[in-house]
Design a protein around this ligand. Structure first.
Ligand code: BDR
Ligand code: CA
Length: 323
């Protein structure tokens, strides 16, 4: 059993990831921290509480954190996740609204909770991040010695070749708060970055997987329903329903690292200045001659995941929905 903290801007794919983590017998979620990203902080926290309830296993403390990026205004992703982050089911004729959450938030700020939980653990624990890195960077600036106790950080973020609809070169979680992402990438705790291309493309779920998930019952229905906006966007554009699950892929890769079929080691930096390239993730290979010309030393190398085995991921998802 591996102990983890999950930091999340909970909207549809984060919600699925939380349910998977809470139903994965290999993992023990000791705390959930929420951050603004896909949706404003209040909605992210509400959606996290609802997800814990749908998981139907145990209820770790849930702490609300930063309401916006370190130095820039918040950009949300309503067009991907709906205004409420969960497919706006209650506004959509013919859809059954999701169950309301009765689980309360735990008092205290997520940044202080991150620090307190990491400090309280006897053994170093892992952190999985599924949203912008504002909470984590703030905790690193506030209590660097405590945050150095983390064993490892697994980040859903970054893009090697792909990008989100918002810009031509950046992935959403990194783009929303590039300064925070660069603080985390250069901090010195080992990182695995699960990039957008690992989660899209071949790992995308089509009609067949939608049907298999629905056949699992209430949790499978939840996985599909809270992704309604993305599924309907695909149906409108391509005539066929489909969706990506970047955050669940990240939890699955953490739980079953063998699922990652393509990975490489790289120094990692985030562009914080460009007019067009802000939020771009820069992968600088250790043997790249460019690294020899830099004025400052490069951070630790990170493990970059760019491909997963779709079959293994889908089996993991179905197992989490079924059990
Ligand atoms: C990431 O951005 C959000 O839209 C998703 O929740 C995921 O964390 C994918 O780029
Ligand atoms: Ca997310």
């Amino acid at each position: 059993m591996r102990k983890i903290i999950i930091d999340t801007d909970t909207a549809s794919d984060d919600a699925v990831a939380l349910v998977c983590a809470l139903r994965d017998p290999q993992l023990q979620v000791v705390a959930i921290t929420t951050v603004a990203g896909n949706v404003p902080l209040e909605l992210a926290s509400y959606n996290a509480r609802m997800s814990v309830e749908y998981a139907g296993t145990y209820a770790p403390p849930i702490y609300a954190g930063c309401a916006g990026p370190l130095f820039c205004p918040l950009e949300t992703a309503d067009q991907v996740h709906g205004k409420d982050g969960m497919g706006d089911l209650d506004q959509t004729p013919g859809c059954t609204p999701l169950r309301a959450s009765t689980i309360p938030l735990t008092p205290g700020h997520a940044v202080d909770a991150l620090i307190a939980h990491i400090e309280a653990e006897k053994e170093p624990i892992d952190l999985i991040t599924l949203g912008p890195l504002t909470n984590v960077a703030t905790a690193m600036r506030k209590a660097p010695e405590v945050m150095k106790k983390l064993r490892h950080i697994t980040i859903m973020g970054g893009a090697h070749h792909y990008h989100n609809p918002h810009t031509v070169c950046a992935e959403f979680n990194i783009m929303v708060d590039p300064e925070a992402a660069d603080i985390v990438c250069t901090f010195g705790v080992p990182i695995t970055m699960v990039t957008l291309e690992a989660c899209a493309g071949r790992a995308r779920l089509g009609p067949d997987m939608i049907e298999k998930l629905r056949a699992c019952g209430e949790i499978g229905d939840f996985f599909v329903d809270c992704n309604r906006t993305m599924i309907e966007n695909a149906r409108a554009a391509e005539g066929v329903p489909s969706f990506d699950l970047p955050d669940p892929v990240t939890v699955a890769v953490f739980s079953h690292p063998e699922m990652a079929t393509t990975r490489f080691e790289s120094h990692l930096r985030v562009e914080t200045k460009g007019d067009y390239t802000r939020g771009m993730t820069l992968f600088i290979k250790p043997d790249d001659f460019y690294s020899l010309t830099l004025p400052e030393p490069l951070p630790l190398t990170a493990e970059i995941v760019t491909e997963v085995d779709p079959q293994q991921f889908w089996q993991y998802l179905l197992a989490c929905a079924r059990k």
